[in-house]
Design a protein around this ligand. Structure first.
Ligand SMILES: O=C(O)CCC(=O)C(=O)O
Ligand SMILES: [Fe+2]
Length: 352
């Protein structure tokens, strides 16, 4: 009989309990929609692992003489070579980081009847719980072993945030906004621009949080926690617990992003790669599945989706006869819409 993945997807969707619901039901074999194509599994066995580590940038010296320049240089180097770095002494209190991980756990581990109320695939909903974002609307993607609570209406309607994590989420979000401003200042300088350049271009607008929960997986070698992708945003601030599993592609090899306690992972998204005219890279990354779980992470995306919307393209100050623009201008929201209609490598979407 022909295999129809949409039937399997619908059956799982109908439970409104996500991947965690499958695990709680006691399955020992993962459903077929989670199994990666055989060519991908075969390639995995032959690909070498990188032993390199993404750079660590310490923000504690930002106020001291010469400290800011050193940090800007480190961020420039990391953004050009890796598109990824870890931040330590970033000013977000440890209690808030731990509280946010705990709040995410509480949301996903609460009574399934309460959680179901939030289950939705409608991307226009400001608060929604979903397993496998827009799966099967995109050709060539299989499901991955993860559930996510997405929160985009952060400023206007905090009452809509689930009660179990509302207080900590609002507190964490306020810290992320502050850190985002500091980071955009440093990234602007790293591009040789005035410190307020990226903020003035609304790159700090449209904050969205994705609170991920990766349950223990009975057959981790057959699937992934998050499939390989780049982020269709300006910058992502990622909080991860100590489980590990995040990997970033460097020179065609996967490098593990080792968790640093109370550190935050920063990654450059496609939009910053584009406005920097390819000076900075938006690196491919993924999360492997694990027999042990759950793994919890919270990605804060600066999407650049502002009201009124702004046009984005390579920054004029970075363009010259020797360095002509590589991309045309577009709206951030159009970028996101196109991104989700394609399987991968979307940075070419608006290439000239
Ligand atoms: O869970 C993680 O560590 C990364 C998730 C991720 O890459 C994303 O949400 O874009
Ligand atoms: Fe990502």
């Amino acid at each position: 009989m022909d295999y129809d993945p949409s039937v399997e997807k619908k059956a799982i969707d109908d439970t409104k309990a996500g991947v965690k619901g499958l695990v709680d039901s006691g399955i020992v074999e993962i459903p077929r929609i989670f199994i990666r194509p055989s060519h991908e599994l075969a390639e995995e066995l032959t690909r070498c692992k990188s032993t390199l580590q993404i750079p660590v940038v310490d923000l504690s010296g930002i106020e001291v003489e010469g400290g800011r320049k050193k940090i800007v240089d480190e961020i420039r180097d990391a953004s050009e070579k890796w598109g990824f770095f870890q931040l330590i002494n970033h000013g977000v209190p440890s209690s808030v980081l731990e509280g946010m991980i705990d709040g995410t756990r509480k949301f996903h581990e609460q009574d399934v009847e309460v959680k179901k109320e939030y289950y939705s695939s409608d991307p226009t909903r400001g608060v929604r719980f979903e397993s496998n974002l827009q799966l099967l609307t995109t050709k060539g993607r299989n499901a991955t072993w993860k559930d996510t609570l997405y929160i985009s209406k952060l400023v206007s309607e905090p009452d809509e945030i689930p009660e179990v994590c509302r207080k900590i989420l609002v507190e964490y979000k306020n810290h992320v906004i502050k850190l985002g401003d500091i980071l955009l200042g440093l990234l602007s300088e790293a591009l040789g621009l005035k410190p307020d350049h990226l903020k003035a271009a609304d790159c700090n607008k449209g904050l969205m949080l994705a609170c991920h929960y990766y349950p223990a997986c009975p057959q981790p070698e057959l699937t992934l926690g998050t499939g390989k992708h780049t982020d269709p945003v300006f910058v992502t601030i990622l909080l991860q617990d100590q489980s590990g599993g995040l990997q970033v592609m460097r020179d065609n090899q996967w490098a593990d992003v080792e968790p640093i306690e109370h550190g935050l992972v920063i990654n450059i998204g496609d939009l910053l790669q584009i406005v920097s005219n390819d000076k900075f890279v938006s690196a491919i990354h993924r999360v492997v599945a694990n027999k042990v779980g759950p793994r919890i992470s919270v990605a804060s995306f600066f999407t650049g989706c502002s009201t009124p919307p702004k046009m984005y393209g390579p920054i004029k100050e970075l363009i010259s006869d020797e360095n002509p623009p590589l991309y045309k201008e577009f709206l951030a929201a159009d970028y996101t819409a196109k991104y989700y209609s394609k399987p991968l490598d979307t940075r070419d979407l608006f290439r000239l």
